[in-house]
Design a protein around this ligand. Sequence first.
Ligand SMILES: NC(=O)c1ccc[n+]([C@@H]2O[C@H](COP(=O)([O-])OP(=O)(O)OC[C@H]3O[C@@H](n4cnc5c(N)ncnc54)[C@H](O)[C@@H]3O)[C@@H](O)[C@H]2O)c1
Length: 341
Amino acid sequence: MASQDTTSALHGAVLGLGMIGRHHARLLQAGPRVRFAGAVDPGGDRHGVLRDPATLHASIPALLAAGPVDFAIVAVPTEEHLPAVRELAAAGVHVLVEKPLAATEEDALALIAAVEDAGLHGAVGHVERCNPALLELRRRLNAGEIGRPFLIATERIGPFPDRIRDVGVVKDLATHDLDLVRWLGGAAVAQVAAQTQHRMGRAHEDLLLATGRLGNDVAFNCVVDWLSPTKVRRTRVLGEGGMFVADTLNADLTFYANAATPIEWDTAQQARGVSEGDMTRFALSRREPLLVEHEAFCDLLLGVDGDGVAVTLQEGLETVRTAEAVLRSARTGTTQSLTPA
Ligand SMILES: NC(=O)c1ccc[n+]([C@@H]2O[C@H](COP(=O)([O-])OP(=O)(O)OC[C@H]3O[C@@H](n4cnc5c(N)ncnc54)[C@H](O)[C@@H]3O)[C@@H](O)[C@H]2O)c1
């Protein structure tokens, strides 16, 4: 595909004006790099986010008939990602698809084929990667600040958002964690063992414990639920030199160093464990993650060298495959091995 003129604004649309789509619509209407091409939601503009009611359309053909559309953000329920992307790809529209890429591996493969066969760009909205705390954590990991990492542990717990009907906590929420562990750890998931629980009486699971290792032997552990009476979003990376803790609710990053001073206490010396060193809380510039995601996608479309945080469709597929292995593991009580795609 030829790269586009970087001086002209891209025409961007959004499909679905629900919990996340409304934020996409807000940013598309405000951004200097994008001309808002309109929104599609047969349910209307329930959150009142559109500045001009004439930009609301009931279908993709109606949106396309109203003017040029270079790209669309697909923020419809997960099971509807594939049909929506097929329709957009057939019209030559690039897509930024909300996470998870699709409800099943089969759908994800078909979605990628639709985009690639049409010669279009696609990316996945794993927006946690754009959180300032995690961007900074990854930058410091890659700079070798804690040496070799050996454990990534995530915790994503809180009350149930009573709107998700089509998938359970693994595909809806844990896909954030399964994407993060491979992105931070630098290798794909090689093995995973998981347990789930169904406490709310829904068809899908509402609690997950997943333990595994990446292809480079970094271990990971994810605790995810819709049952806890308080919201926690925490990612911990433990390495040779200490531990990073990212709190993505508040976009905070803290570093706990192993003490560099020799320990003169016999018992502790014999144990050869780590001891507490300095603690540093980094001052971060806190940009809205969804805006960072939009910018990375626009960079991709315009062929501009950005910070490269756009998540590829293949990475999105890998996360869906890993989520399916997690569910298989929980169902069968077996450890699942994943072969690289
Ligand atoms: N990145 C994140 O952090 C994040 C957060 C929430 C949701 N999501 C993802 O975004 C997607 C949407 O989730 P949500 O929570 O906003 O759902 P939601 O139910 O709040 O909103 C979905 C909206 O899509 C509309 N819709 C349904 N079918 C449509 C179609 N064919 N065309 C256009 N509009 C249609 C509905 O009327 C509704 O307004 C899901 O895939 C979800 O996993 C991602």
